[in-house]
Write a protein that binds this ligand. Structure first.
Ligand code: ASP
Length: 316
């Protein structure tokens, strides 16, 4: 048993031809955030603090679809969501519909710690942010030129809501695949376990480009995009509607709990058999210090490290 950490910066149809100016900053950010997480674990910070710290850093990085880099709704606004969960206690907190909060993940943690509830959304979540004195900015701060352009492209490509590609066929349940091209910049997430087996997970997102106002995805839904218990911690990414239907994060834990599968087996099963190809990826760690990062999309921005010296940063 040893510490382990994994992070994700979104899964989807990431073209192999991704230009260096889009690839390099994201790889550098993953490396930087991994280093922050590893240092925190080595300094014996609790995994809950570690995942919050790493996700805050990813939220502050405009190259990912969370916090400052959040993509825009069909109205050109930002509606951010986030979720955090502690494995041993199963305490959790979630937020949706944020438009001014700089670090949604920290507000999710405050929901967990300072309210009798789990999930606050929209105006009430914004009011709670002000009551708690977390950092907020004008909503325009999040509306970056890159995301205005992504929204323009998405609207041009598909005037109906989300910029999905055509349904794919195959043995998996029929679903549409994740959005294509540059509109696909990713949600962020981090899972961590310390060398006592304490687990935590955190996920944060702006959702999908051109999403309907009020749409809630998998990220803040416990058991869908985010879940941790005493066996594992999971953070998923991809098409939220598919991840919710497949209860992706909870199914990984359930296969370990009820079927005795290892972390790798459970996560691989869920990604291969429970959610349609092209729709999802996840990062997960177990109480034993194992790590896994499967995806059924073209790629997933990801990074991990374990106490025994293993480390990986990857996209495809
Ligand atoms: N899962 C996120 C959502 O559907 C999107 C992503 O992972 O990139 O909101």
């Amino acid at each position: 048993m040893g510490w382990a950490i994994a992070l994700q910066g979104g899964a989807g149809d990431i073209p192999l031809s991704l230009p260096p100016d889009r690839k390099q900053p994201r790889e550098a950010a993953l490396r930087h955030c991994l280093q922050i997480g590893v240092s925190a674990l080595k300094a014996n910070k609790p995994p809950l603090d570690v995942v919050e710290l790493v996700v805050r850093e990813l939220e502050n990085n405009q190259n990912f679809n969370a916090g400052r880099g959040s993509v825009l709704t069909s109205n050109g606004t930002v509606e951010m969501e986030a979720c955090i969960m502690d494995g041993n206690t199963k305490k959790c907190g979630a937020v949706s519909g944020l438009s001014t909060v700089v670090n949604p993940i920290s507000l999710a943690r405050l929901v967990m710690e300072k309210t009798p509830h789990i999930y606050l959304a929209f105006d009430a979540a914004e009011a709670f942010a002000r009551e708690q004195g977390v950092e907020t900015v004008d909503a325009n701060h999040f509306i970056t030129p890159e995301n205005v352009e992504r929204l323009r492209q998405a609207k041009e490509a598909n005037r109906v809501q989300l910029d999905y590609t055509q349904p794919i066929t195959g043995t998996a349940p029929k679903e549409t695949s994740a959005p294509k091209g540059d509109s696909q910049i990713g949600t962020v997430g981090c899972v961590a376990v310390d060398n006592m087996g304490n687990l935590a997970t955190a996920t944060s997102t702006g959702g999908f480009v051109n999403k309907m106002v009020g749409r809630i995805g998998d990220t803040p839904i416990i058991g869908a995009g985010t879940y941790a218990n005493s066996l594992c911690a999971v953070s998923a990414t991809g098409k939220g509607e598919s991840i919710i239907k497949a209860t992706v994060a909870r199914d990984v834990a359930a296969l370990m709990e009820y079927k005795g599968l290892s972390l790798k087996e459970a996560a691989a099963y869920v990604i291969q058999h429970c959610v349609a190809k092209g729709n999802a990826g996840l990062v997960a760690v177990s109480a034993e210090g194992e790590v896994t990062m499967p995806f059924n999309t073209t790629g997933m921005f990801r990074a991990c490290a374990t106490e025994d010296g293993y480390s990986e940063i990857g996209i495809w």
